[in-house]
Design a protein around this ligand. Sequence first.
Ligand code: T4K
Length: 399
Amino acid sequence: MGLPTVISQPAKRIETSRDLAINGAAPAFEQPLHVGRPNIGARDAFLKYVDGIFDRRWLSNNGPLVQEFEHRIEEHLGVKHCVAMCNGTVALEIAIRALGLEGEVIVPSYTFIATAHALHWQAITPVFADIDPATHTLDPEAVRRMITPRTTGIIGVHLWGHPAGVEELQAIAGEHGLRLMFDAAHAFGCSYKGRMLGNFGECEVLSFHATKVLNTFEGGAVVTNNDALAAAMRLMRNFGFADMDRVIHPGTNGKMIEIAAAMGLANLDVVADMIEANRRNHQTYTEALSGLPGIRVLGFDEAELSNYHYVVMEAGGDCPVSRDEIIRCLHAENILARRYFWPGCHRMQPYRDLFPHAGLLLPNTEKVAASVVVLPTGTTMDTEMVQRVASIIRVTVGQ
Ligand code: T4K
């Protein structure tokens, strides 16, 4: 799609990248606005925890702060076990292994690549099922169509913090004797029917990566209400050691370190404020971008708790400019919006070579992946900044 809409409205062009090209003006924002700028909470509390780490000289291996962090997460989510790990990807790998998944496992292609890689890394075939374009999460009917005699499990992804068809997937898993787990990397602080995500399926995997609503620099966890599963994962994250000298299971090094737990604890104290900042920004974007042709900001169910951590805008249908043109304009203004999770895992390696025709079964994935723009939010963005970003988008689409 070309550029004529905006160019025909000179009074509104003042801040767009087209003007940069035309008159060399400075970008609208001097410093880049990032999607995923880390939330840094209670700095003094964090530094106090760090002093304690140095005083104790206990840096890793199931230290006291990791244990405290696990208890705080269990309380927060109302879940029986939190097994903290070094990152969300290793947490996925360990959960998959602890559940005994093998053969084929059904996952969405529209997710971060780690969901698929955690399977492939363990010689399990990720089978990509299509998504519901309204929520961007697995379409249960599409999941049914992908079941084969080799299928052993389903991994639903609560993408952007939207619950992933929890009851429908549970029913399918029950009917076919499949194991069900969730990738809840985006979903800390979100609920489904009044219960916190983290309590569904056989286990759920959280990410506490720097870019997530609650961060531990790098980190992750598996949460579960299943005692035996939690015990198996505790062994697996620590090389299979049952005690000082006794290894009773294959394992890896998936441990969270003390400094990461310190960051998590300090951030947990103020995570409600972070979520409130996200909610405000999301509302401002939604209002400021309403009524634009072909533009939709994904909403959240206001009856549930949500972390509002991703502001996801779709540009499609009768939008007069393409998604990529919008991204180009925003980047020229130093607004580093992202095309998550374009082009879909099935178009990334090794899956692209393994399943060259997968796209034929994934029409919604292809359409959504081609239309999403994820916008900057979080505690580093205030209402005025959000309004400026939105006004640049309005001008870019010619309104
Ligand atoms: N499942 C799902 C559904 C996931 O989304 C993820 C991770 C996982 C599983 C795996 O969990 P982890 O193993 O990561 O715990 C980022 C994150 O690295 C990744 O954690 C996240 N999903 C994914 C959605 O986003 P990129 O490729 O976007 O990272 P990058 O380096 O481009 O950073 C994003 C933006 O944040 C940049 O504009 C820069 C800014 N940034 C980043 C960092 C790390 C900062 O300003 N400061 C920072 O410290 O993947």
